[in-house]
Design a protein around this ligand. Sequence first.
Ligand code: TRP
Length: 339
Amino acid sequence: MTQEIYLTGITTTGTPHIGNYVGAIRPSIAASKDPGKQNYYFLADFHALAKNEDPDLISQSTLEIAAAWLALGMDTKNSVFYRQSDIPEIPELTWILTSMTAKGLMNRAHSYKAAVQANIDSDNKDPDKGITMALYSYPILMAADILMFKATKVPVGRDQKQHVEMARDIAQRFNHHYGDILVLPEPVIDEHTAVLAGLDGRKMSKSYGNTIPLFAPEKAFRKLIMKIKTNSLEPGEPKEIEGSTLYEIYKAFATPEETAAVEKQYAEGIGWGVMKQQLFEYINDHVAPARQEYDRLIADPSLVEAELQKGAARAREVATPYMDQIRRAIGIRSLGAMS
Ligand code: TRP
């Protein structure tokens, strides 16, 4: 059996928060160290353009996300860690795939349909109001990310599953037309990864403004944890773990034994203030060493840049010859040369 190739992208539109950490960063970093796995991780900064038009935010987010992944121990020897925009073959492949993509397929993308629906719901005359071609063709760029490296497994959140399926459809159509060149990917959805609630109890997400940045300075970090919503039960009154954001976050970081101890404290009526302080201390201890490394990297972005350049060189060792093969197959060839 051929070896599986794992690939996943992170859109650079925000500051990494503890929800990203438990849901995506932590499992990816663990996988990056697995010598039995071939992994590609990249910063999807071209994708970020479809969501955000603030240049400083895009570059700051690229730095913060790269620094966070490196500080947390991403193994850049065993896996390839790079920035999408450093690989010119990706936009090149995007265009080639665009010519193999049915417009109707893009019409069916959930994210595009949701944007159209939002326009209809707010009685806009133009259902495509505010929708860029980047948003519309987003899945084709994503298909190029995946197909460029012959990825067979693509770990993503549920919301991205359809995009991976579209990459597969596009690859199939390409192969049908040009021969067996692209590798068909499969989405991998981990049903067990924790989804954290944010400060207000809704899912922790940048779009709700309820996040706790993973590497907020200690004081700010504590302040945010003190803001997490609880109910009004007094100290001494037994509390439910179900629906308790404090409990959920604790559990996402702690061992099963430590979690069981907190369950007991809940039953015994731990006060919310005490629980918050306990949660703060626990996570703070957990992230403090990486935070120090993160601060060092943020203060010297050239260190991060150097890592990304190394990653890009390795990625292009794969992308450049493969792109040559793809070009020849589609008839973009040096004249006079043999196919
Ligand atoms: N679209 C993905 C997201 O928003 C990020 C992404 C871009 C990606 N390219 C990818 C994920 C390729 C997996 C594979 O989460």
